[in-house]
Design a protein around this ligand. Structure first.
Ligand code: NAI
Ligand SMILES: NCC(=O)COP(=O)(O)O
Length: 374
């Protein structure tokens, strides 16, 4: 039985991501200011953390940075011959092996009940593949290890201009564009919509959300003249779903270009409040770039990739490894900071409502992880 939320302190694992990318840098920057209401354990190579810190410090003496000496670290280092192959800015089998090992370690500890949430640094899918781990992304590894087949990729971003929150779930994720139309089915959309509704209720307290669902084709097919999926099954599926869920407002299929006008207005604001633009509580995009181009245009520095359907919290910044600027000290850490803050908030929300398997297994605020540091 879960009790006093005041005694609950979430345990967060933060994986460094690909050590050749900007993951470690944005983590050290994001943790420069205290992160209240949780205990953070970094999962990755301690020596890589220390070297990254020293290099950033010598190049930018006044940069706000967390000092690894003051951080709790679950050291996860490769064999020395592999570790030596890692070169900043260059993805490789070795850097892929490292980031894979960090995430595997964090997942194993989360499943054993030691962590309530995992915040992941960005990895390179190509480096994972080179290391012999051909997963489409971290989400799929997390879901596989957690033993769930009902999961989703939700991007959450709070506007610094208006305070409005954009939530975008991707119905399909890392598949070729050529395969998207075949992958989309009524059954898939029902699964994703129901998952989204569970998440909005449990994690965001939205009991009767309004959801906007994108069309697939230009102008949502223009009555079958520009593509037939809307007429063939998407409109019938929405009509059936409205009958199944009569208490909800389900808009769509909205032409995919105009779908983003209201959220754009609510995000950037004007003399009117965000609510005046009447944005939806969440958006269901049918494929990766349909959802992520608008999310990144609006909120590249704010958006958080959130895996829903897992038995523990998982968040990540929306950006990738940025090998082109790795080691320069110029990476922005705002999305990583938002990922850390959202993970803490989601852990508390799940603990409060009892919607977590992991927090049931943990005694309040005490992780059983062998760590170095404080
Ligand atoms: N969560 C994750 O693990 C993600 C991983 N990726 C992976 O990252 C790799 C590189 O992907 P790209 O498409 O190049 O995207 P990217 O996000 O790494 O870089 C795109 C552009 O944005 C810049 N950028 C990215 N993050 C930044 C930051 N924090 N501050 C300042 N500038 C930043 C980069 O310098 C680059 O010009 C790929 O292997 C991809 O799979 C991509 C997105 C998310
Ligand atoms: N485009 C989002 C992305 O690449 C994140 O993938 P994942 O590694 O979090 O599954």
């Amino acid at each position: 039985m879960l009790s006093d939320t005041k005694t609950y302190t979430p345990q967060l694992a933060v994986t460094l991501g690909d050590p050749a990318g900007i993951g470690t840098e944005v983590i050290l920057k994001a943790l420069a200011a205290p992160l209240a209401g949780c205990v953070v354990t970094l999962v990755g190579s301690r020596s890589h953390l220390v070297v990254t810190y020293q290099q950033l410090r010598s190049r930018h003496p006044t940069l706000p940075l967390a000092n690894p000496d003051n951080l709790q670290i679950l050291d996860s280092t490769l064999a020395p011959d592999l570790e030596q192959q890692i070169a900043i800015g260059q993805e490789s089998a070795a850097s892929g092996a490292a980031s894979f090992q960090y995430l595997e370690t964090a997942i194993a500890h989360a499943l054993s009940g030691a962590f309530h949430g995992i915040v992941t640094g960005p990895i390179s899918k190509a480096a994972w593949s080179a290391a012999g781990h051909p997963y489409p992304g971290q989400t799929e590894l997390l879901a596989e290890r957690a033993g769930v087949d009902r999961f989703g990729m939700l991007f959450v971003a709070r506007s610094p201009h208006t305070g409005w929150t954009l939530r975008t779930l991707l119905a399909t994720t890392h598949i070729p564009l050529r395969d998207v139309a075949d992958a989309l089915t009524p059954a898939l959309l029902t699964r994703k919509l129901d998952l989204l509704l569970d998440c909005l209720r449990q994690d965001f307290g939205l009991e009767t959300p309004r959801i906007a669902i994108a069309g697939l084709n230009p102008h949502s097919g223009e009555q079958g003249k520009l593509g037939h999926e809307e007429q063939d099954w998407l409109i019938p599926w929405l009509e059936d779903t409205r009958l199944r869920l009569p208490h909800l407002r389900l808009d769509g299929p909205t032409p995919p270009d105009t779908l983003w006008v209201k959220p754009g207005q609510a995000w950037f604001g004007s003399t009117q409040t965000a609510a005046a633009f009447n944005p939806a509580d969440a958006y269901l995009a049918l494929y990766h770039d349909q959802g992520l181009i608008p999310v990144k245009l609006m909120a590249f520095d704010q958006a958080v990739n959130t895996s829903i359907g897992l038995p523990f919290v998982r968040t990540s910044p929306d950006h990738g490894t940025a090998f082109d600027i790795a080691g320069l000290g110029i990476a922005e850490a705002t999305s990583m900071r938002a990922a850390l803050e959202l993970a803490v908030a989601l852990c508390h929300e799940r603990y409060k409502t009892g919607n977590t398997e992991t927090s049931d297994q943990l005694s309040s605020g005490s992780a059983n992880v062998a760590v170095t540091g404080i």
